[in-house]
Design a protein around this ligand. Structure first.
Ligand code: NDP
Length: 272
C-alpha cells in the first residue's frame, strides 16, 4: 500500500485524510493517508523520516509551505511563482514540489460556472495563499487582477514577478472605487473576525464574493458581502477539495470527482 500524509502544525482538524480516502475509494486506489503533527523546528526531519519509511507523497500546510520549497530537488512553475509548496512527491530518491492551491480555487469557481476571462478581479491579501492563486487566475485572462494588501510591499512584490499590464497592486487606502466581478478574500482576517478595510461600493449585485476561509458558519467577510447586496457568496471549502484533487491526480495519475466529496464534507461540517 502506498503511504501519503499531510504535514502541519496544528493538524488535528485537517480534512485532508478524509478527502483523500474518499478519492481513493472512488478511483479504486489502495492508499493510506495520515495526518502528521510536526514540531515547529522539525519539518525537514519529519519529511526525511517519511521518505525513509517509503512515503510516496505528502501535502504540506501551515506553517511549513515555504520550508517545503527548500527541500525540493525540482519545483513546478506554480510552486516557484507561489514561493510555496503544498504537494510533495517522492520519486526515485528525488523530491518534487508543486502548489495546487490556485488550481483548486480556479476549479471551484469554474465548477460553479463563474468564469474569469475578461473579468475584473480583486484579490485581498498577499500572503502564501494569495501568491499561490495569482498564476492560475492570470491564466484565465482576466481583464484586471488587482491585489490589495495591508502591507503594500508584499502585493507589489507579487506584481513585480509577473510584469503584465492586467496585474496591479494597491493599498487599502488607494484602491480605486470601482465595482468588481469577483472579490477573493485571501487574507486570514476572517479567522480573527475582521473584514479587510474595503469600501462597500465595490460590490455590485452580480459581484461574486469568495472567502478562502471556511467553517460551520458563514465568515464575517461572507456576511459583509451579503449585506452589501452580493448574491453569490462562497467559502473556501470547494477550493480545499479541489486542491486535494489536483494533488491526488499528480500522485495517482487519475483525476477524482470532487462534487460528491464536497457535499459529504459540507454535511460533516454542518453536523452538530
Ligand atoms: P498568510 O499568513 O501567509 O497571509 C495572511 C494575509 O492576510 C496577509 O496578506 C495579511 O496581510 C492578511 N491579513 C491578516 N489579517 C488581516 C487584517 N486584519 N486585515 C487585512 N489583512 C489581513 O496566510 P495564508 O496566505 O497562508 O492564508 C490566508 C487564508 O487563506 C488563511 O485563512 C487560510 O486558512 C486560507 N487558505 C485556504 C485554503 C483553502 O483551500 N480553502 C488554502 C490556503 C489558505 P499582511 O501581509 O499585511 O500581514
Amino acid at each position: 500500500m502506498d503511504n501519503y500524509c499531510v504535514f502541519g502544525n496544528p493538524i488535528e482538524h485537517s480534512r485532508s485524510p478524509f478527502i483523500h480516502q474518499q478519492f481513493a475509494l472512488q478511483t479504486q486506489q489502495i492508499i493510506n493517508y495520515q495526518k502528521t503533527l510536526v514540531p515547529l523546528d522539525q519539518f525537514p526531519h519529519a519529511v526525511h523520516t517519511f521518505i525513509k519509511q517509503g512515503g510516496k507523497g505528502a501535502n504540506v500546510t501551515v506553517p511549513f509551505k515555504e520550508q517545503a520549497l527548500l527541500l525540493c530537488d525540482q519545483l513546478s512553475v506554480a510552486a516557484q511563482k507561489a514561493g510555496a509548496v503544498n504537494t510533495l512527491s517522492f520519486i526515485d530518491g528525488k523530491t518534487f514540489g508543486d502548489n495546487t492551491d490556485g488550481l483548486g480555487l480556479v476549479a471551484d469557481l469554474l465548477n460553479n460556472e463563474i468564469t474569469l476571462t475578461n473579468k475584473k478581479i480583486l484579490l485581498l491579501g498577499a500572503g502564501g495563499a494569495a501568491k499561490g492563486v495569482v498564476l492560475p487566475l492570470l491564466k484565465q485572462n482576466p481583464q484586471q487582477l488587482i491585489i490589495v494588501n495591508r502591507t503594500l510591499e508584499k502585493a507589489e512584490n507579487i506584481v513585480a514577478q509577473y510584469q503584465v499590464d492586467n496585474l496591479i497592486a494597491f493599498s487599502y487606502q488607494t484602491l480605486p472605487e470601482q465595482t468588481f466581478d469577483l472579490i477573493i478574500n485571501a487574507t486570514s482576517a476572517s479567522l480573527s473576525g475582521f473584514v479587510p478595510d474595503i469600501p462597500s461600493n465595490i460590490v455590485a449585485e452580480n459581484t461574486v464574493c469568495y472567502d478562502m476561509v471556511y467553517g460551520k458558519q458563514a465568515t464575517c467577510f461572507m456576511l459583509w458581502a451579503t449585506k452589501q447586496g452580493a448574491t453569490v457568496v462562497m467559502d473556501g471549502l470547494g477550493m480545499l477539495v479541489n486542491q486535494a484533487a489536483a494533488s491526488f491526480a499528480l500522485w495517482r495519475k487519475v483525476p477524482p470527482q470532487t462534487s460528491i466529496v464536497l457535499q459529504q464534507l459540507r454535511q460533516i461540517l454542518n453536523d452538530p
